[in-house]
Each structure stands twice: as structure tokens, then as C-alpha cells.
Design a protein around this ligand. Structure first.
Ligand SMILES: C[S@@+](CC[C@H](N)C(=O)[O-])C[C@H]1O[C@@H](n2cnc3c(N)ncnc32)[C@H](O)[C@@H]1O
Length: 341
């Protein structure tokens, strides 16, 4: 028998649920803003807080309902008959084959609704629904919209470079993006055909985009109705100018979200076999930018305090300034034989 799938807007519409056991409770919870009425002589513990008439079902209960869910296991046949007579759709919990309508297994990912029926086998439907939902969540299915809607910006921490270290949310956002604005040290992500990738990476000493231009681009693309993913290396707030990009979205009134990423400040040492804390060895760590070396007039890092602090120091952007950093630390009191990697 072929069935016609349909997504109903039940907001404010009367839905009658007959029965108040575990199945009815599950169904009631999924009815959202419907005007739910329940008829049942007995009510299970923990049943949702909806109006219940504690009595046996009567055929005229169906009269003002748009939809009826028969969940009694006892009088579902009687309920279905009353519905047929009044041309009201009835979902029977007791007998899928005899039921005029089926409730699918449903999952929502982003604005996509996965809704599965599987030949009247609910467990099979749930297994399929979960597999589909997982593939959507992890960005393995094409989530990109084909119709233009409201634009937005997702400022996403992409982790230290290995695409396997992208978060599930980052992958999902990339899968749904119209534009990816990528930093030089962000992971190289695969995007479907037609997705625009703008490389705005700032190469040390090389040509680069100005920060203000990147912010303008994010706002501009979102205003064109695009879903923009601003893919940054590591975390969005670890020496990454995430604040400025957020401020640009706020100022422009562009909807945005921020997704944390795994910072290279932690992932780098871990991959190199260096625990940033280790019981009995070091109980703290500090992450410092050495972009401006000690002694530089613009440098706000208190190198003497860092030298006294003990614990592990993670110096980012330090390769060209390593000897100056080490000299400042030793001058501040760090032991000259402190292990360095
Ligand atoms: C501008 S900072 C951005 C940091 C980034 N937001 C983060 O949380 O990892 C760039 C510096 O992070 C460090 N870095 C970034 N990715 C790295 C990686 N895969 N391995 C080691 N260091 C990395 C380097 O010190 C690089 O100069």
C-alpha cells in the first residue's frame, strides 16, 4: 500500500490522544504547539502536563479533532472506526497495517527534518533515522541550501590543521556553507561544487588581506543571503582576532554564531608528545604570543612574571623570536636548563 507523506502544521489545532500510557506520553511530547486533549480512564506516572479527561472514549470525542492518536491497545479499533465515520485521520498504535496514518521516526538537524517510515517496522525506521541524522550532523550529506534565505556568519575554529580535528559542528556548518572564508593555517576542507572558497590567509611577511577587509567580506556575503563559514585555525579567540569579526557582525546586524575549535596551543604539544600538565612535574601552563618580542614597545607580556610563574609555557608565533624570548625568561629567573622543544 502506498502512503502519502505529509508534514502537518498542528499549531493551535485540536489533536485528540486516546490513552495515557507510555506510548501516548511519547506521542504527546512530539505534538509541539498543538491543542492536545487526552481521554483515558487511567494516566501513567510522569504523563505530560496536558488536559486529560479521565473516562472511557466516546465516538463524539473525535468531533472537533483534526487528528486522532489511538494509543490504548484496547479500544483503538473503536477509535479508528469513529474517525473513519467523521473523516478524521487516525494513527493507531496497536496495528500499523490497519492504521489510516503513520507517525514517522523524526529527527531535526539544523533546519532539515528527517522523517522515516519503514514498512510499518518502527525499530527499523528509528535505526535508519538515526543513521541519516548522524550523517547530517557530521556534514557527510549535502546540507547546502539551493534556495537563498537569510544570510549568516559562522565564526568557526577549525583546529590545528588536520581535517580530522574539525568538530562535528564545524563539519556540518562547512557542509551547509555557500562561502568558506579560510585562514592559511585552517584545515583544507572539501567543499561541494559551487561553494566559494576565499583564501584570506595572512602569510608572515607575505601579501595578505587586511583584517577590516575580511570583516567587510563576511558582512557583505551574509547580506547577499549567503551562509558564510569563517574558518579559522585553532580556536577563534586564541590570537585569532575573533572578537573583531564578531563585533563587525554585531555592528552590521548580521546573524552569527561562534564555534570553538581545538587550539594548536594544546593540540601541538599533545601531538608532539609533550603534556602541558603532568602530575608531579607541572601543574599549570600559560599560552603566550611572542609575535612582539620582549623589549618591543608594543609588547604587553610581562616576561619577568612568566619567568617566575613556573609551569609550562606555550609560545605561539615565536620561531623568529625564540632566542629573545629565552633570554628574557632566563634573565627573569627561569633555570637555564629548562627543557625546551
Ligand atoms: C595567529 S596564531 C593563531 C592560533 C590559533 N588561533 C590557535 O588557536 O591555534 C598562529 C600561530 O599558532 C601556531 N600554530 C597554528 N597552527 C599550528 C600547528 N598546526 N602546529 C603548531 N603551531 C601552530 C603557530 O605558532 C602560529 O604562528
Amino acid at each position: 500500500m502506498s502512503r502519502y507523506p505529509l508534514h502537518l502544521d498542528l499549531t493551535g489545532r485540536r489533536v485528540l490522544v486516546v490513552g495515557a500510557g507510555a506510548v501516548a506520553a511519547r506521542r504527546v511530547r512530539s505534538l509541539g504547539d498543538a491543542d492536545v486533549r487526552v481521554v483515558a480512564p487511567d494516566v501513567a506516572d510522569g504523563f505530560p502536563d496536558v488536559p486529560v479527561e479521565r473516562r472511557e472514549f466516546r465516538p463524539d470525542d473525535v468531533d472537533d479533532a483534526w487528528l486522532v492518536l489511538a494509543c490504548t491497545g484496547v479500544v483503538d479499533d473503536e477509535v479508528a472506526k469513529a474517525c473513519d465515520e467523521r473523516r478524521v485521520w487516525c494513527v493507531r498504535a496497536d496495528d500499523a497495517a490497519a492504521s489510516a496514518a503513520w507517525v514517522p521516526a523524526v529527527s531535526r538537524v539544523d533546519d532539515v527534518v528527517v522523517s522515516v517510515t519503514a514498512g510499518g517496522d518502527p525499530r527499523r525506521a528509528v535505526a535508519l533515522r538515526d543513521a541519516l541524522a548522524l550523517s547530517l550532523q557530521t556534514g557527510d550529506l549535502p546540507l547546502r541550501r539551493s534556495r537563498q534565505a537569510a544570510g549568516s556568519v559562522a565564526i568557526v575554529g577549525g583546529g590545528p590543521g588536520d581535517p580530522d580535528l574539525l568538530t562535528v559542528k564545524a563539519r556540518r556548518l562547512v557542509a551547509g556553507a555557500d562561502v568558506v572564508v579560510r585562514d592559511r593555517l585552517a584545515p583544507v576542507v572539501e567543499v561541494p561544487e559551487g561553494v566559494e572558497v576565499v583564501e584570506v590567509g595572512k602569510t608572515p611577511g607575505g601579501s595578505s588581506w587586511h583584517q577590516r577587509d575580511i570583516e567587510w567580506l563576511l558582512v557583505q556575503k551574509a547580506r547577499e543571503g549567503k551562509r558564510v563559514v569563517r574558518l579559522k585555525g585553532g580556536d577563534v579567540h586564541v590570537f585569532a582576532r575573533g572578537m573583531e569579526e564578531i563585533a563587525a557582525c554585531v555592528e552590521a546586524g548580521v546573524p552569527f554564531e561562534v564555534v570553538p575549535g581545538l587550539s594548536s596551543a594544546l593540540a601541538g604539544p599533545t601531538y608532539a608528545g609533550i603534556p602541558v600538565t603532568a602530575r608531579g612535574v607541572t601543574q599549570s601552563f600559560a599560552v603566550v604570543s611572542a609575535h612582539l618580542p620582549p623589549g618591543d614597545p608594543g609588547c604587553t607580556v610581562d616576561w619577568d612574571a612568566l619567568a617566575r610563574l613556573g609551569g609550562t609555557l606555550v609560545l605561539l608565533m615565536s620561531v623568529g623570536r625564540l632566542s629573545a624570548a629565552c633570554a628574557a625568561l632566563v634573565a627573569g629567573g627561569r633555570a637555564g636548563d629548562t627543557p625546551v622543544a
